[in-house]
Ligand binder design. Structure first.
Ligand code: PBG
Length: 363
């Protein structure tokens, strides 16, 4: 299951192809008769063949590192997400099939996101606590058909609110404590449906502690919490909002609750609070533009740390690849190994099935 990752720089999955011009390249100056620099230390020595590169490789990507986000839609017709080429909103039956595929690809967990019928959205996001809502039905269907895959569910009101915000509003203000009460109810609904991991993505203060207390009191002490601990107010969520339909509803922006991209110490404070409140795992989001944050979080706390390679990151790589501007597979692998190098234990990525298939092929 765990394999040395394909070299992000050559893209050769088993990698013997690159080797053999190496003597010429390595000893080039001597062979051409040019003056030797007389170097004692030559870092290139360890890079001259694939076996040597494999031997000194510091980080590896494995299928164990992946969480696959899936979009769920009502009915029986899948829909393309225009801004995420290759990604679709899927009816429950197909979500179950993808969960089975994920299990077969050794992907440990999927994360579910609903496209809620606009008619069901209201200012309080009431559909979030309907035990028969789309996500709850999807969770039950997956757990019934593929019990050994982890199911991660988002806690936030934005797929359910008519204004597209993660919380309830008073005028222009997102109310914190009132929202937390609703998020607790949402988390309880998801736990009752069988979710393994509750992932609060709303960035309200105190929500992790409130959710942990409620879960414990209701006998869900084993339900894990993966906190979106350092979540930035980012333009890279655009395609996701397209996928869940909150781009049309969203009024204004999320800067009063999501973090300022200029801040780094504040991320550590957010992570510290979520850990004190009972988070089992923490997440940094978006991914590549925030590798420094992942690194600091992992170094500071040494806890399970996840990165979310978000929709806009996926769209940039995939969009460029489909235009022939970059090599999509190589860019995908290079971006994912970057998360491992930064210190992430795992990555939420829309590339999960594609990279897992590559990794399994080199077993
Ligand atoms: C909802 C949520 C968002 C994402 C995950 N959960 C969007 C947002 O906060 O607006 C983004 C994921 C992605 O862009 O892939 N709170």
């Amino acid at each position: 299951m765990s394999v040395k990752n394909p070299s992000p720089f050559t893209g050769h999955v088993n990698g013997h192809a690159a080797g053999d011009a190496r003597h010429a390249a390595f000893h080039g100056s001597a062979r051409t008769g040019a003056a030797s620099l007389g170097l004692t230390v030559r870092p290139r020595r360890n890079r001259q063949s694939e076996w040597a590169r494999r031997l000194v490789r510091e980080n590896t990507l494995s299928t164990n590192d992946l969480i696959w986000p899936l979009f769920v839609i009502e009915g029986n017709q899948s829909q393309d997400v225009a801004s995420m080429p290759g990604v679709q909103r899927l009816p429950i039956e197909q979500v179950v099939a993808e969960a089975r595929r994920a299990r077969d690809l050794d992907i440990p967990a999927v994360a579910l996101f609903p496209y809620t019928d606009p008619a069901l959205r209201d200012p309080e996001g009431g559909e979030a606590v309907n035990p028969d809502n789309l996500v709850c039905r999807a969770v039950r269907a997956i757990k019934a058909a593929v019990p050994d895959i982890g199911v991660v569910t988002d806690v936030a009101l934005d797929p359910y609110t008519s204004h597209g915000h993660d919380g309830v509003m008073d005028g222009d203000t997102i109310l914190n404590d009132e929202t937390v009460a609703l998020l607790v109810a949402q988390a309880m609904t998801l736990a009752a449906a069988g979710a393994d991991v509750i992932a609060p993505s709303d960035m309200m203060d105190g929500r992790v502690g409130a959710i942990r207390a409620a879960l414990d009191q209701a006998g869900y002490a084993d339900v894990q919490i993966m906190a979106y601990a350092a979540k930035y107010a980012s333009a890279f969520y655009g395609p996701f909002r397209d996928a869940v339909g909150s781009n049309v509803t969203l009024v204004g922006d999320k800067r009063t609750y999501q973090m300022d991209p200029a801040n780094s110490d504040e991320a550590l404070r957010e992570v510290a609070l979520d850990l004190e409140e009972g988070a089992d795992m923490v997440m940094v989001k978006p991914g590549l533009p925030y590798l420094d944050i992942i690194h600091r979080v992992k170094e500071t706390f040494g806890v399970p740390t996840f990165a979310y390679q978000v929709s806009g990151e996926y769209a940039m790589i995939e969009g460029a690849a489909r235009n022939g501007w970059i090599d999509g597979d190589k860019a995908m692998v290079e971006s994912l190994i970057a998360f491992k190098r930064a210190g992430a234990d795992g990555i939420l990525t829309y590339f999960a099935p594609r990279v897992a298939a590559m990794l399994k092929a080199v077993k």
